[in-house]
Design a protein around this ligand. Structure first.
Ligand SMILES: Cc1cc2nc3c(=O)[nH]c(=O)nc-3n(C[C@H](O)[C@H](O)[C@H](O)COP(=O)(O)O)c2cc1C
Length: 204
């Protein structure tokens, strides 16, 4: 699958077929997560795979009963080991880099899943204390997120994204005025926007 198609075609999937994810695919997905960039190449992510229905139920309960979680054939709990990153980078490491690293790994996971024909959803609304207790997660480990995985049973899902022009500034924050010579890119952005709108249907 083409990278652009993968990035734009991925949607959060909250309805799954009753079908297991093949282990060959799971390994590829984990590997993609593990190949993410990280601060100082510290790779401080850890993944807990959850499949047993009783444990899946526990995860769902910790996600404030987001009912779709319980239907997921497979769940990854994305964890961050924080002692090494704290030692190397102090508070910034713990409060920022650690989250950034796991976000990079999570996106890799979801894109690889999509490229292998699977759906996924990142779940950030969870009670960390409950998860830590239920899954024996020690103090030096932070839970960064949950990713549900499985074969999608959703129909077409709408894509809603702001126009690039809204979130792109030139040289200074909030400056939307462009110098055409310095930023011929801006014209290209506009052209891309048109292209994307025209092709949007094929990505949904
Ligand atoms: C940090 C983060 C936390 C999220 N938390 C939840 C969540 O708790 N429950 C949920 O159903 N979706 C959650 N999502 C998924 C978003 O709702 C979804 O990515 C967004 O609506 C855009 O839709 P798309 O992923 O289909 O493009 C989360 C996504 C991110 C990045």
């Amino acid at each position: 699958m083409d990278l652009e198609e993968c990035i734009k075609g991925r949607r959060s999937i909250r309805l799954y077929k009753d079908k297991d994810v093949e282990w060959e695919k799971v390994v590829k997905i984990l590997d993609a997560g593990n190949y993410a960039p990280s601060s100082g190449n510290i790779q401080n992510w850890e993944f807990i795979l959850v499949k047993d229905s009783k444990n899946v139920e526990k995860v769902a309960n910790s996600c404030y009963n987001q009912s779709f979680v319980i239907e997921a054939p497979l769940i990854f709990i994305i964890c961050a080991e924080i002692s090494k990153i704290r030692r190397l980078y102090g508070e910034k490491g713990e409060k920022v880099y650690s989250i950034q690293n796991c976000a990079m790994a999570s996106q890799n996971i979801m894109l690889m899943a999509y490229s292998l024909g699977l759906g996924s959803c990142f779940v950030g609304a969870f009670d960390e204390d409950t998860l830590k207790e239920d899954f024996n997660i020690p103090d030096n480990i932070q839970v960064m997120g949950i990713i549900t995985l499985g074969y999608s049973n959703e129909g077409d899902l709408e894509v809603r994204r702001q126009d690039l022009e809204i979130c792109t500034f030139y040289e200074k924050y909030n400056n939307t005025l462009r110098n055409i010579k310095t930023f011929p890119l801006n014209n290209m952005l506009k052209k891309r926007l048109k292209d994307i709108k025209t092709r949007k249907k094929s990505f949904t």
